[in-house]
Design a protein around this ligand. Structure first.
Ligand SMILES: *[C@@H]1O[C@H](CO)[C@@H](O)[C@H](O)[C@H]1NC(C)=O
Ligand SMILES: *[C@@H]1O[C@H](CO)[C@@H](O)[C@H](O)[C@H]1NC(C)=O
Ligand SMILES: *[C@@H]1O[C@H](CO)[C@@H](O)[C@H](O)[C@H]1NC(C)=O
Ligand SMILES: *[C@@H]1O[C@H](CO)[C@@H](O)[C@H](O)[C@H]1NC(C)=O
Ligand SMILES: *[C@@H]1O[C@H](CO)[C@@H](O)[C@H](O)[C@H]1NC(C)=O
Ligand SMILES: *[C@@H]1O[C@H](CO)[C@@H](O)[C@H](O)[C@H]1NC(C)=O
Length: 858
């Protein structure tokens, strides 16, 4: 509908001009010359400051209805009446608002000046806009009081008034009551309004659907009981506005409410009995951060559509209504920092849609619900600082999305179960309980586990060696009864690891350094290690042989060569060039060969083995899409060669090699500006792939060896190697992904267990490259003593007092320090374990651009 209207309108207007132009002659005959709408609009424009020229094309040479930001509509009854919407939001306007001219434009029904920079008071003359239906002045730097004359003079047709996000001060003028039942939307939120609310306002505005007075911290008002008269209210936002006293009984009558937010006020007293019983449509209730007390009354369990229940940071006592926990659509329960007591009930596991339950710092007792792990949507459960007892349920984190568990400071006992299904668990806090037994080895296999706090329990045994596999930011096992050697990498990662209060632990640097005479069972252990090493080596050899056979053992089956650009190469030449001496790169999916063509031109060819049987046609259609990509930071695909079981992709070749070659070189001497330029170029290429090219392309294999450096004299990176899953098939892609140990750390942790790849996975890989640029260290350093990958290496140091000075590349001059620090922070965000904490690549690009500009400023 909307698009149809957009296309149809100009046509309609083309037919109209005679009518519009005819009008002045009639008016001119009258005693006073009636100014024309276009003249009025132009004088309105003349007073504005429009630095970006958004209104530059307003001119008499086109009918004003065709001007940008103006929409004309014919009324349905008679085509001659036109109502006009002037929508000037977000144009960077300032200067004077000539409301006197503007309001004389006949039929002006919608006016938006929102999101501009007027820096003036609200113009009184706006009350002359006699046919206004909606007036939007939000976030436009208006200040000063809202004059009573303006409020009282607004036209009775007004249905929506938005003054939010300004610096409007003084009382809410009671004159607004004159708008009566016609007003549906009133948004005065986020201003500096003060004083007491006049009851007449609420008695008269009975048509309001939407009322927002939030964020006016200088209001000092009880909640007016008259609010209960606004029976049509669906959204009521009164948070953060200095409201005091109790919730009036009359609130129970607001049966249409969908969202009620009273949080962050000074409200006190008990919640009226029956509260919620009639809120059949309520989706979100927020009473948090007030001084409410007493028990939470029965009734809220009747809010059958409720999704969010937030009552945290009050002084509630007693039990939560039992029916609350099983509301069918409930997603969030936040009740922390109260004095609730009683047991946590069992949830209706399979049907519950709970995502987040936070009940910390109350007096809940009894056992943990056994059904937590059965809720498929649960990602955060915290119940720390209560009196919970009993054992941890085996299935505690069986929910496929469970990420955060905090049940520290309770009275739990028994051992920690093997958590095998917690594929998304990021944070596990079980400290200060009575847990006993060993730390389960299964923790070391949880792919994204980053924070572990098991301190102050009675845990025994050794610290499992495989915790070294995690990218830990915190491991606190202090004050337990652990013993034995601490795994080497955990020690070198100090002080992100807290071990004190375990006299039995030993290792270099600890008070007990583990030198114990070798005993028999150690020899056994050694023998077992050797045996498993040999087995591993044999398996590797078998695997390598299989690949070898696939590549060389059989002649390539009939092949087809497709070139997107005129280069001189034949399939025979291609295959005969696949020789070890031509290899310039090795990757998980195959080798890259340098091939010199007959005319001396060089190309790089990536030879990919693919067992998924993609047909020639499938590969070709994928290639057609990828080969059309044209961007200065994306390496061009010039052709490909297909034969059954393998695809060879022909790329442009760049003499200067890859970023990885540079970083691995004995001295990585590139200056900070050039490094920023590389980062910026790669980001720009990704922005193009993710957002500007249709269809969207995900890179899926971004790493420094795929960042090619194009030009001998000026740094300009080109990203290669994108879209590989498109032509080797998803299955092969996934199975080969981890086979290259040198490149593992570029892979976002969730790649392991999410079915659908996302652009945020590319952002992660980009973050790793940015870390390489900031530190001057290769992403993986297998041979070195400090053998952790770069993400772990940085995470271990980032929170130290002088962490940054250890991380930033010492070869770069101190003058760049500030910019490098900012780039480091950005890289750390990009490599967040949780995808939703990573920025989008467009944001990354913008931030890098700002850094680049300030780095190149003289
Ligand atoms: C608003 O105008 C005043 C002077 O009238 C000026 O001092 C102030 O800096 C301006 N504010 C902005 C944000 O432009
Ligand atoms: C006012 O304009 C802003 C910015 O365009 C918009 O976000 C807001 O929703 C508008 N208010 C109303 C009530 O439509
Ligand atoms: C309330 O509205 C009525 C018309 O709906 C109007 O006559 C009356 O003056 C208004 N009261 C106030 C206080 O503005
Ligand atoms: C626990 O909640 C009370 C309010 O009930 C609050 O005063 C106290 O600071 C909270 N304790 C912690 C550790 O957050
Ligand atoms: C876990 O709960 C404790 C006690 O309430 C709190 O101090 C700690 O910050 C919480 N940890 C996390 C990661 O939420
Ligand atoms: C580790 O646990 C101990 C004991 O619970 C606590 O005192 C210490 O603050 C914790 N350290 C960190 C960094 O969480």
């Amino acid at each position: 509908m909307a698009t149809a209207a957009a296309y149809c309108l100009p046509l309609f207007l083309l037919l109209l001009p005679p009518l519009i132009i005819a009008a002045p002659s009639a008016a001119a005959a009258g005693p006073e010359l009636q100014p024309q709408p276009q003249d009025l609009l132009l004088s309105f424009k003349a007073a504005l400051r429009d630095p970006s020229g958004a209104l530059a094309s307003w001119s008499l040479s086109t009918p004003y209805c065709n001007w940008p930001h103006i929409t004309c509509t014919a009324s349905s009854s008679s085509s001659s009446v036109v109502s006009i919407a002037v929508s000037l939001q977000g144009l960077g306007l300032s200067g004077d608002i000539d409301a006197a001219s503007l309001c004389r434009v006949p039929g002006l029904s919608h006016l938006s000046l929102a999101s501009n920079a007027f820096n003036t008071t609200v113009p009184l003359q706006l009350s002359r806009c006699a046919s206004l239906v909606s007036l939007n002045l939000s976030s436009a730097a208006f200040w000063g009081p809202l004059p009573e004359q303006l409020a009282a003079g607004l036209p009775p047709s007004l249905a929506s008034l938005d003054l939010s996000g300004n610096d409007i001060e003084g009382p809410v003028p009671p004159g607004l009551a004159a708008l009566g039942a016609a007003l549906q939307v009133l948004d005065l939120g986020r201003n500096r309004l003060s004083g007491v609310l006049h009851p007449a306002l609420f008695r008269n505005l009975t048509g309001l659907h939407y009322l927002d007075l939030s964020g006016n911290q200088f209001l000092e008002s009880p909640l007016p009981p008259e609010l209960g008269k606004m029976g049509n209210l669906r959204w009521l936002f009164l948070q953060g506005s200095g409201f005091t006293g109790a919730i009036p009984e009359t609130f129970l009558a607001l049966e249409q409410l969908e969202a009620l937010d009273l949080s962050m006020n000074g409200l006190t007293g008990a919640i009226p009995r029956g509260f919620g019983r009639k809120f059949q449509k309520l989706l979100s209730l927020d009473l948090s951060r007030n001084g409410f007390s007493g028990p939470f009354p029965d009734g809220v369990e009747k809010c059958v559509m409720l999704q969010r229940f937030q009552v945290h940071d009050n002084a509630f006592t007693g039990e939560l209504p039992a029916g609350l926990w099983s509301l069918p659509d409930l997603q969030v329960i936040r009740a922390e920092n109260n004095r609730f007591s009683g047991r946590l009930p069992e949830f209706p596991g399979e049907v519950s849609r709970l995502e987040q339950v936070q009940v910390d710092n109350n007096s809940f007792s009894g056992g943990l619900p056994l059904t937590i792990g059965m809720i498929r949507t649960m990602y955060r459960f915290s119940a720390s600082l209560n009196k919970l007892s009993g054992v941890l349920p085996d299935n505690l984190c069986d929910s496929p999305v469970m990420s955060i568990i905090n049940i520290s400071h309770n009275a739990l006992s028994g051992s920690i179960p093997e958590f095998r299904n917690c594929k998304r668990l990021v944070s596990l806090h079980l400290s200060s309980n009575g847990l006993t037994g060993p730390i389960p080895t299964s923790l070391g296999a949880l792919p994204v586990l980053t924070y572990i706090d098991l301190s102050s329990n009675g845990l025994t045994g050794a610290i499992p060696a495989n915790l070294q596999n995690l990218k830990l930011a915190l491991l606190n096992v202090s004050y337990n009864r652990l013993s034995g050697p601490v795994p080497q990498e955990l020690i070198s990662g100090l002080p992100a690891v807290f071990l004190q209060g375990n006299p039995g632990l030993c290792g270099p640097g600890l008070s007990n350094n583990c030198v114990v005479p070798l005993r028999k069972h150690r020899w056994l252990a050694l023998a077992a290690t050797v045996a498993s090493f040999i087995t591993g080596a044999m398996l590797l050899a078998i695997g390598a042989f299989a690949v070898y056979r696939r590549l060389y053992g059989k002649r390539p089956s009939p092949w087809k060569l497709v070139l997107f650009q005129p280069i001189k190469i034949t399939g025979e030449e291609l295959f005969s060039a696949f020789h070890d001496k031509n290899v310039i790169g090795r990757g998980a999916f195959g080798n890259v060969y340098l091939i010199v063509l007959q005319d001396g031109q060089k190309v790089a060819v990536k030879r990919l083995v693919c067992s998924d049987k993609l047909t020639f046609r499938q590969v070709k259609s994928e290639m057609n899409v990828l080969a059309k990509i044209r961007h200065k930071n994306i390496a061009k695909i010039t052709g490909f060669c297909y034969s059954e079981g393998e695809v060879s992709v022909i790329y442009e070749y760049f003499q200067k090699g890859s970023l990885q070659d540079m970083i691995y070189a004995p001295k990585f001497t590139l200056g900070w500006k050039d490094r920023l330029k590389i980062a910026l170029g790669v980001a720009q290429g990704l922005v193009y792939l993710h957002h500007d090219y249709t269809p969207r392309v995900l890179h899926r294999d971004l790493k420094s060896s795929n960042v090619l450096l194009a030009n001998e004299f000026e740094i300009e990176p080109r990203v290669a190697g994108f879209g590989i899953p498109c032509f080797v098939g998803e299955k092969v892609y996934r199975s080969s992904l981890y086979s290259d140990v040198n490149q593992k750390c570029y892979i976002a942790p969730e790649e392991n267990f999410t079915k659908n790849p996302t652009n945020l996975m590319d952002v992660y890989s980009f973050g790793v490259i940015l870390l390489e640029l900031v530190t001057g260290r290769p992403a993986e350093q297998l041979a070195s003593k400090d053998s952790s990958d770069i993400v772990r290496w940085v995470r271990r140091r980032i929170n130290l007092v002088d962490g940054a000075s250890q991380i930033l590349d010492p070869n770069i001059s101190h003058t760049a320090q500030q910019g490098m620090q900012a780039a480091l922070e950005l890289a750390v965000r990009c490599t967040s374990v949780k995808p939703d904490q990573r920025p989008d690549i467009t944001e990354v690009f913008r931030l890098l651009q700002a850094l680049y500009f300030s780095a190149t400023m003289p």
